[in-house]
Design a protein around this ligand. Structure first.
Ligand code: 5GP
Length: 116
């Protein structure tokens, strides 16, 4: 298993983070460099480095990540206007932290999906 990242320390609350949700499978916290009025990362408590490493045994975790994202969006008041969910993978995907995370972005019109 590749080395854990700073996100494992956030899960264990060993370093500060603005955690908005945590349960037995996932943790959600505000991105330190927010790209939108709401920018929250939802991550598995288990260290899964990239989307390529998601196995069938992880399907309950991935389901939880999406139900928690929808719950947080509703609580943040952005569900009706809409939001974007992104998971980057490896270098071409622009992944910086090798512990999978779903970005929840919203609170303003986000424009086209990709910049040119
Ligand atoms: P990626 O580019 O891997 O998809 O996204 C990584 C995200 O993690 C970035 O948006 C970055 O701002 C965020 N991030 C990196 N380090 C930390 C940290 O220590 N705390 C928090 N809250 N967010 C972080």
């Amino acid at each position: 298993m590749p080395e854990e990242t700073i996100f494992s320390k956030i899960i264990r609350q060993e370093i500060p983070a603005d955690i908005v949700y945590q349960d037995d499978l996932v943790t959600a916290f505000r991105d330190i460099n927010a790209q939108a009025p709401t920018h929250i990362l939802i991550i598995p408590n288990k260290h899964i480095p990239t989307a390529n490493d998601i196995g069938e045994e992880d399907e309950p975790i991935l389901g939880r990540i999406f139900t928690v994202a929808a719950k947080i969006a509703k609580e943040a008041g952005i569900a009706e206007d809409g939001y974007r969910l992104i998971m980057n993978c490896n270098t071409h995907g622009g992944q910086e932290v090798y512990h999978i995370h779903l970005h929840l972005l919203g609170g303003r019109p986000l424009g086209p999906m990709l910049s040119r």
